[in-house]
Design a protein around this ligand. Sequence first.
Ligand SMILES: Cc1ncc(COP(=O)(O)O)c(C=O)c1O
Length: 413
Amino acid sequence: MTVLHELQTEVFPLQLLSDSLSRVKPSPSIAVTTLAGELRAAGRDVIGLSAGEPDFDTPDNIKEAAIRAIQAGKTKYTAPDGITELKQAICDKFARDNGLDYTAAQVSVGTGGKQILYNALMATLNPGDEVVIPAPYWVSYPDMVRLAGGTPVCVESSLETGFKITADQLEAAITPNTKWFIFNSPSNPTGAGYHPEELKALTDVLLRHPHVWVMTDDMYEHLVFDDFTFCTPAQVEPKLYDRTLTCNGVSKVYAMTGWRIGYAAGPKILIDAMRKIQSQSTSNPSTISQWAAVEALNGPQDYIAPNNALFHRRRDLVVSMLNDIDGLACPVPDGAFYVYPSIAGLIGRTSAAGVKIVDDETFATALLEEANVAVVHGAAYGLSPNFRISYAASDETLTEACRRIQTFCAALR
Ligand SMILES: Cc1ncc(COP(=O)(O)O)c(C=O)c1O
């Protein structure tokens, strides 16, 4: 019994785990959200601002479409990468919103935007292949690249450049080994969006490097504010159409994070390769969710504007309260529902409980410990010293959280 126990806990796990697993870490935003939930369950009054999902419910017309699908017996397997009706709705969406023409054979539907990106990387990366990723980046990009056997090449932006990289930086990062450039605008974690002329400067660089493919993650396309005009690479530079995978999903804009539907369109050879991966892993995304997504894309879009107005108001509230803090600088984002303030002015100070703030991780940990506010530290997104707040929460919650951050920062010596 003792010998078996030792085998199970020590020797066996070492042999069990793959080399590729050692290249990745768990998602830090999911880790912080889980920790905040555990602390709340243990009785602590923690405000969690780490989860990247809208705080409102999926619209009724979408829920009703799902119920109708269940009642009509649409509960069986489908084609591994999606039903024809959804692929057609996606083609119509790309034509309507982005001026991009795709056929259903050029469309892949997966279990969330995450699986779409993962399938594409798994289907294309070989050891030695490099993937250029602007930083700060969505936490999963570099780890997915590593899991697929490739090498992430991160290109740091800065607060001064509005968290956007320049054409010169992109040019310098591209090598003969570059396979993909991952683009995300508006961005998670900064909310920064590239204007058409800024994106054109990047696509001009990509035109000079025909071996580089473009993976654009347009998840926050519809969550934009003020006069920001969303644009996507194949639209800004049609000559890139043949080597661009345009990725999107219903999770954020339709408050459907739990339904798990993401999609992409691109060259058929790539879509076929992605289908092969999906057919040998998860098979089709939930049939019921697919029918709900058909309604999301084909049905009324009139809740998008009021939701954006709500997010706009919350953005202004959070940005203004954070910028009132001495030592903290919070740029105004163009979209999504995140802010990414810099704490450069607070480094070196000591908290009321005696913790020295040496980086954004010590800041986020002390904030949670001493002020009961859960945020994700910037190092997780590849640019420090910053932290990310998701402002997909009520005005009251955000006001209270920002007050706590103000009090915590005011007590730093
Ligand atoms: C930039 C970005 N891409 C993709 C995803 C994944 O979306 P999904 O929930 O559809 O997998 C997220 C979710 O946080 C995201 O922020």
